[in-house]
Design a protein. Structure first.
Length: 137
């Protein structure tokens, strides 16, 4: 049930994004690429459980171990070279900049890598001026 509620929330966020996109004259031409014609909510009437295979448990949740996820992403568990994640970040930034240039939102893409430190520790960041995701997404 929580999972379906989460999907409903993601659909709502998607619709907010789509409305913002449609209202922005510079971005409205991209609406055609993102309009998936989704229902407003998951139709729970169509969700059936085969009790021989799965029995839903009320309030059952799982939590990912953040340290293990970071280890997976940063170690050779996912990539042969633990630094390939930097290439992935760079590629994502390049794609975002190319999209913004194609949409005449910017003339030139700018990508910046850096290392910052705050109370929670040290972290790597990648900042670009491309067309990225909104906070709602």
């Amino acid at each position: 049930q929580d999972y379906l509620n989460w999907i409903d929330m993601e659909i709502s966020n998607y619709n907010i994004f789509l409305n913002i996109l449609e209202k922005d004259t510079n971005l409205s031409k991209f609406t055609i690429f993102y309009d998936l014609k989704l229902a407003d909510k998951v139709n729970r009437n169509e969700v059936l459980y085969d009790k021989n295979l799965f029995v839903p448990v009320e309030n059952l949740k799982f939590v990912l171990n953040q340290n293990k996820i970071l280890d997976l992403l940063m170690s050779i568990g996912l990539y042969k070279d633990k630094y390939l994640c930097l290439r992935e970040l760079y590629q994502n930034s390049m794609d975002a900049c190319k999209c913004a240039i194609a949409g005449n939102l910017i003339e030139k893409g700018v990508i910046e890598f850096g290392i910052e430190e705050d109370n929670s520790g040290r972290y790597l960041y990648c900042l670009d001026n491309g067309m990225g995701m909104t906070k709602e997404i």
